[in-house]
Design a protein around this ligand. Structure first.
Ligand SMILES: Nc1nc2c(c(=O)[nH]1)N[C@H]1C(S)=C(S)[C@@H](COP(=O)(O)O)O[C@H]1N2
Ligand SMILES: [Mo]
Length: 312
């Protein structure tokens, strides 16, 4: 891996590992998960299941976290409606067990993973990340997951694999928003293989130390903190390694507004609004949006030599 140190994050911002060394207490944890308890009916994750054995990570930011309540009631998840409160209100109908994730395409070891086996594939880490939506708001979210690279290494991408496509669940019975044609379902997103392999790219199953609430993309979603939020596909059922650049749902819907790369870039305006500033949820004054959402030192070299106005 090219990145060894999260240089953009000031050392003083990194939470000392000692504070986190004391592992979170095993409550109902992995035992309940392995037993396939009906997690899909949880509508208040604070009364929910703590994830066991979550480690700290040097990629964690020590920045004021957005309250749990905001992270779980102000969402974009068009499968459950286009309003910000729709996912929290409607995502109770999503059944997250049983659930499988198929990894296929240009790989030597394609496999359909049961979600509970996938949860145990690699040590879980807490990663506090800045998240920036293309609409101009941002949050600081303590996710729990492991690097996507852990999973991709195990399936052994072939020499032809250059991109990774992520496909969300397509089931209008569980996802009432899919009865509307606001997007071409299923929701599809993609990354270049090196972006997907980057250590910041997180397969995410938890939030604030607990099982991910449905409205945040349970049981498993992607989190790519240097890109606009829509690149971070929720409720993933398929991961395909492919030769050609995938067409994402947002690019298909509006190619002039949502390019494949969608890196957070204050110098590239959305055609209908400026991207120079953002409102951190809970704050009154706007902040300047940072290049690559503040992760430039870790990710800028992925795009060396590229015209980021052309490849937006
Ligand atoms: N399947 C799916 N994934 C999705 C979306 C969606 O509508 N459907 N919305 C995206 C957008 S626009 C954002 S900003 C983030 C929001 O994630 P959050 O609600 O957990 O903050 O999810 C992204 N992932
Ligand atoms: Mo977004």
């Amino acid at each position: 891996m090219l990145i060894r140190h999260p240089d953009a994050i000031l050392p003083s911002e990194i939470t000392p590992p000692e504070i986190y060394r004391e592992r979170r207490r095993f409550m109902q944890g992995m035992g309940a998960l392995a037993a396939g308890t009906a997690l899909g009916t949880l509508d208040d994750a604070h009364a929910g299941i703590k994830l066991a054995g979550v480690r700290t990570s040097p990629y964690t930011l020590d920045e004021a976290r957005t309250p749990f309540k905001d992270i779980t009631t102000y969402n974009n998840f068009y499968e459950f409606g286009t309003g910000k409160s729709d996912p929290a209100e409607n995502a109770g109908s999503l059944r997250t067990r049983p659930w499988t994730v198929a990894i296929e395409g240009e790989v030597r070891k394609p496999k359909t993973w049961d979600i509970d086996a996938l949860l145990r594939l690699a040590p879980l880490e807490e990663r506090v990340y800045r998240m920036r939506c293309v609409e101009g708001w941002s949050m600081v979210i303590p996710w729990v997951g492991f690097p996507l690279a852990e999973l991709l290494r195990r399936v052994e991408p072939t020499g032809k694999a250059r991109y990774v496509e992520f496909v969300s669940l397509n089931d209008p019975k569980q996802m009432p928003g899919q009865r509307s044609r606001v997007l071409d379902w299923p929701y599809v997103e993609g990354l270049r293989l090196d972006e997907a392999m980057h250590p910041l790219t997180l397969m995410t199953m938890g939030l604030y130390g607990e099982v991910l609430p449905n409205q945040n993309g349970a049981p498993i979603r992607l989190v790519v903190p240097w890109k606009y939020g829509f690149k971070s596909a929720k409720s993933i059922v398929k991961i395909r390694l492919v030769e050609k650049q995938p067409v994402s749902s947002w690019t298909r819907a509006n190619p002039d507004e949502y390019g494949f790369y969608s890196n957070v870039n204050p110098q590239v305006d959305h055609p209908r609004w400026s991207q120079a500033k953002e409102r951190r949820i809970g704050e009154f004054f706007k902040r300047d949006t940072l290049m690559f959402n503040g992760y430039a030192n870790q990710v800028a070299q992925l795009y060396r030599g590229m015209d980021l106005k052309k490849y937006y």
